[in-house]
Ligand binder design. Structure first.
Ligand code: B12
Ligand SMILES: *[C@@H]1O[C@H](CO)[C@@H](O)[C@H](O)[C@H]1NC(C)=O
Ligand SMILES: *[C@@H]1O[C@H](CO)[C@@H](O)[C@H](O)[C@H]1NC(C)=O
Ligand SMILES: *[C@@H]1O[C@H](CO)[C@@H](O)[C@H](O)[C@H]1NC(C)=O
Ligand SMILES: *[C@@H]1O[C@H](CO)[C@@H](O)[C@H](O)[C@H]1NC(C)=O
Ligand SMILES: *[C@@H]1O[C@H](CO)[C@@H](O)[C@H](O)[C@H]1NC(C)=O
Length: 434
């Protein structure tokens, strides 16, 4: 069945694309980019949301770029509220921050829930718990710095309380939490730039008290973080990898006064992203949600609970066809892969699975062979299944330990639920520190 969904506001998107590159593109180019946007929207519209963070990310992005599909937004809002209702104690700080950001992205009736349920006060508490955990666990937060930045951003935009001295102290670019395995995390740095830029704006507008030295330190943090993000610009113009580029673009859009025009071209990075979209890199709804605002030159700092939700006056008639069945037909051929679990010693096996299987299928097959050696646990997250333990050994944020997944000794850039395995491949899951 091919249902056709009308999307009148694509006219606005088209307008943005054309106006952002009027000097160099051909019509074909524009048409392709519109197709890419439709593909992203298609994923956001047709995904089955199993998780409050997924729904919040999607709702936030759709509101930021001004896509108003009444029934979809209602469905997402319902999902977000249901996941928050009575479950606030179970949410991590960043999950709560994104719940607030999504519900209050612009002036709308759902905002009431934020205040009726005292979500901002709960977030203040959760942020304090993160800091307390750092103080008692060797500088390690309960979650991570990506989420601490989400917290600060939401507190800043929704008039929550925080100490600017504390922000200046903890968000120093030397802090180890910006790095995983010694490598600067572009996603994390970008989210911090957005948060710090918001805080800086609030100080400038005297919405919060701060002395001159705090202001200077925050300013210096932004400058250094922006430099680090730019130093992760790859030959293909992506910033970090494809999944950090959306947030990195946002960070660079709000911090233009910190780098020279010659240091970064929005257009080049945008073209690189479009190339990846057409190759199908954004099949997961959170991935699509994280890249969408940047494509429309929007950032999380455009969240404004007091201004009306942006819409479009254009009535260009474009439809999004349902494409629920893009998955290739099940192939009957079998492939064999090598699979090992590495802690101090390595346990290996060969596993035969259907061609087209993902990493998780291999893990399940191996577990069936020998539960002692290959048994594992996982939890559902916004990016899909996250491996929490293998052989009974549990990942722990307080020790910065996790289960790293690799192919041929190289860390994968996708999770076990998404990565499609190949015949003869050497897959590994390794007990690691970040
Ligand atoms: C922090 C972080 C980690 C931490 C998580 C532990 C911690 N201290 O929080 C560490 C360093 C351990 C980690 C590990 C991995 N990560 Co990571 N991670 C992130 C980061 C920076 C923030 C996540 C977050 O807190 N989100 C906000 C909260 C509110 O959402 P949440 O859903 O509740 O968050 C949880 C999940 O995101 C989960 N998680 C973290 N990473 C990953 C990756 C996958 C595939 C899954 C399913 C879940 C997951 O941990 C979060 C806290 O519980 C994101 C960046 C981004 N752009 O999102 C990358 C990111 C999600 N990670 C990524 C990847 C690839 C991985 C690994 C698969 C790397 C590897 N080769 O082993 C592993 C996961 C392996 C496994 N065990 O299943 C990619 C995913 C891309 C994709 N298309 O799937 C991202 C987008 C980074 C990037 N730019 O490439 N990660
Ligand atoms: C949009 O196009 C479809 C066919 O492509 C047509 O049936 C419909 O009436 C059009 N709607 C508007 C508002 O122009
Ligand atoms: C790995 O070996 C080291 C050194 O023998 C030991 O200290 C550590 O506890 C071992 N790690 C695990 C997870 O077994
Ligand atoms: C897996 O298969 C390879 C040949 O492809 C073989 O060399 C290896 O010994 C096998 N490993 C195990 C653990 O059976
Ligand atoms: C697996 O499927 C892919 C396409 O889906 C094909 O290119 C590849 O040759 C297949 N491999 C095997 C071993 O059948
Ligand atoms: C699993 O592996 C362990 C260690 O090699 C072995 O002792 C045990 O018998 C195996 N179990 C099965 C069901 O094969």
């Amino acid at each position: 069945m091919r249902q056709v969904h009308q999307l009148p506001h694509l006219g606005l998107l088209l307008f943005f694309i054309i106006s952002s590159q009027r000097c160099k593109t051909s019509e074909v180019h524009e048409q392709n980019q519109l197709e890419d946007l439709k593909a992203l929207l298609n994923i956001l519209v047709h995904s089955h949301y199993t998780n409050g963070v997924q729904a919040a990310s999607a709702l936030l992005s759709l509101r930021l770029v001004g896509i108003q599909r009444q029934e979809l937004q209602q469905k997402l809002t319902q999902e977000v509220i249901e996941h928050a209702l009575n479950k606030v104690p179970d949410l991590s700080s960043g999950q709560l921050a994104w719940t607030i950001m999504a519900l209050g992205a612009c002036r709308n009736p759902d905002e009431k829930f934020i205040y009726d349920s005292h979500l901002v006060q709960h977030l203040e508490e959760k942020f304090k718990e993160e800091i307390r955990n750092m103080e008692t666990h060797n500088g390690n937060p309960l979650t991570n710095y990506y989420q601490l930045s989400q917290d600060v951003l939401a507190l800043c935009l929704f008039s929550g309380n925080y100490l600017t001295t504390e922000i200046a102290h903890f968000f120093s670019p030397e802090n180890k939490n910006y790095y995983f395995g010694g490598q600067f995390s572009v996603d994390t740095g970008a989210m911090a730039v957005l948060a710090l830029t918001c805080v800086k704006g609030s100080i400038t507008n005297h919405q919060v008290e701060a002395d001159q030295s705090v202001m200077q330190r925050i300013d210096s943090h932004i400058r250094i973080l922006v430099k680090k993000i730019l130093s992760e610009k790859k030959e293909n113009y992506l910033l970090g990898n494809i999944y950090s580029t959306g947030e990195a673009i946002q960070a660079l859009l709000v911090s233009a006064s910190y780098y020279k025009e010659s240091e970064w071209s929005y257009q080049r990075t945008l073209d690189a992203v479009h190339k990846e979209i057409s190759q199908g890199a954004f099949k997961i709804p959170v991935a699509a949600a994280q890249i969408l605002p940047a494509l429309m030159r929007k950032t999380y700092l455009d969240v404004n609970k007091d201004s009306p939700c942006p819409g479009s006056s254009s009535n260009l008639n474009v439809s999004i066809p349902e494409s629920g069945s893009v998955t290739p037909p099940p192939s009957s051929s079998l492939i064999t892969v090598h699979y090992s679990v590495k802690i101090n010693k390595t346990d290996s096996t060969n596993v035969t699975v259907q061609n087209g299987s993902v990493f998780l299928d291999v893990m399940e097959k191996a577990q069936g062979q020998n539960k002692t050696l290959y048994g594992f646990t996982m939890k559902e997250t916004s990016w899909g299944p996250y491996i929490t333990s293998v052989q009974g050994l549990k990942a722990n944020n307080n020790d910065r330990t996790y289960w790293e997944i690799l192919s041929g000794g190289i860390p994968l850039r996708q999770g076990v639920g998404s990565y499609v395995v190949h015949d003869g491949e050497y897959l590994e899951i390794r007990w690691s520190k970040y």
